[in-house]
Design a protein around this ligand. Structure first.
Ligand SMILES: Cc1ncc(COP(=O)(O)O)c(C=O)c1O
Length: 381
């Protein structure tokens, strides 16, 4: 029995958890990954620095994104920093990012010597609000770091147009959305540089790993020079590349299944007043779900807090957790804030995130998931 079940409030009250075995495991037991691991063992490639697997992965990522240059590296976190260095961002520069984002992105801007400029998110997509960016720009603002978060898609056509008009660069963080599409283009290709993660929980996983994607030769060259220190200082190994190759082939099909299941789930949760889901992308976009976000509508005097909701839903065996903490409380010495950042503050306080593995389960399981969520919401009304 796992933690989820043993701490069940509803179970203590006599109700049975909807998922007594807890959430589905990740990564999947792909036979193709097993074959790749055995093949890497048999041919010795698992012990090499570079070779055919990293070369093939580089080529296939370039083809998949229709971009010229791919640089593989050790994590998405490092990839964001390498992307900023590739753009030549440094001391005295400012970089716009959403006040609700992955914590490492704030740190990456600081790591290159630049100053983060906090801009609010759009409350329906959980991503940087394109309309709030322009008033934030000063002469020293050289780039924006834009993440697609929790199944939401940033308004890339608007942000691209804005960046071009102001001579700014974009780092597009697609760590949570590999293979998603916006306006007919794959996520990661709207930026001057795109970033991917192959971390242990991610949709494409090698335990750790990341990549940058770019059509700009100057960015690619600077990124390489930063990473090369007699050898590649932040590498992705041959073994890691070998297990990513079969997953990349399956990504489009799996993204379709996840998106279909998200639609099914949200349709069944539509009436739940306690939970506000993110807006599904319009017909020109295709999301890719590493997480799926809702806001818990906490009200003063109402019985449900986010923490109460999380304890109850986890007791049902469902992998739903709190979102990011956001940067609203970062000191003014470390960043420049623009506006009241109210949407980001609310996202930091109210967001809950469904973890993706359940989204590859059959429709019957999605219906059980909707039932578990409904049961918890009912228990608070
Ligand atoms: C939006 C975003 N960017 C960057 C990262 C960092 O990726 P990694 O875990 O590979 O360092 C993450 C990780 O969750 C993320 O969600």
């Amino acid at each position: 029995m796992n933690n989820f079940v043993s701490t069940s409030r509803l179970a203590r009250d006599g109700g049975k958890p909807v998922f007594p075995e807890g959430p589905p495991a990740w990564p999947l037991m792909d036979p193709e990954v097993r074959e790749a691991l055995l093949a890497a063992y048999a041919d010795g490639s698992w012990g090499r620095y570079h070779g055919c697997h990293t070369e093939r992965l580089t080529e296939q990522l370039a083809e998949h994104h229709q971009l010229e240059n791919v640089w593989l590296c050790a994590s998405g976190t490092v990839a964001v920093e390498v992307a900023l260095r590739g753009l030549g961002i440094g001391d005295g520069d400012e970089v716009v990012l959403a006040a609700y984002d992955f914590p490492g992105n704030f740190r990456a801007i600081e790591a290159v010597g630049a100053r983060p400029v906090l801009v609010d998110i759009n409350c329906e997509t959980w991503c940087l609000d394109a309309e709030a960016v322009e008033p934030a720009l000063e002469t020293q603002t050289r780039a924006m770091l834009v993440s697609h978060l929790h199944g939401g898609m940033a308004a890339m056509p608007d942000l691209r147009e804005l960046a071009d008009r102001h001579g700014m660069a974009i780092v597009e963080d697609a760590c949570q959305s590999p293979g998603a599409r916006i306006g007919g283009r794959v996520a990661g290709t709207w930026g001057d540089v795109g970033v991917l993660s192959f971390g242990g929980s991610k949709l494409l996983t090698a335990g750790r790993g990341g990549a940058i994607l770019t059509n700009r030769q100057d960015v690619y060259q600077r990124a390489k020079i930063f990473c090369e220190r007699g050898n590649d200082a932040f590498p992705l190994s041959e073994l890691q590349a070998s297990v990513l190759l079969p997953q990349l082939e399956k990504l489009p099909g799996r993204n379709r299944v996840r998106a279909e299941n998200v639609r099914r789930l949200l349709a069944q949760c539509e009436e739940l007043e306690l939970l506000q889901p993110l807006s599904l992308p319009d017909s020109g976009a295709q999301a890719s779900y590493y997480k799926l976000a809702w806001k818990v509508l906490q009200r003063v005097g109402a019985p449900c807090t986010r923490e109460g909701f999380l304890a109850a839903i986890q007791a049902e065996g469902v992998a739903i957790d709190a979102g990011f903490r956001g940067f609203g409380k970062r000191s003014a010495r470390r960043c420049r804030r623009v506006g009241d950042l109210l949407n980001s503050k609310s996202a930091a306080e109210d967001t809950v995130l469904l973890h993706h593995p359940v989204l590859l389960q059959p429709a019957t399981v999605i219906d059980q998931l909707a039932q578990a969520i409904g049961k918890v919401v009912d228990s608070f009304s």
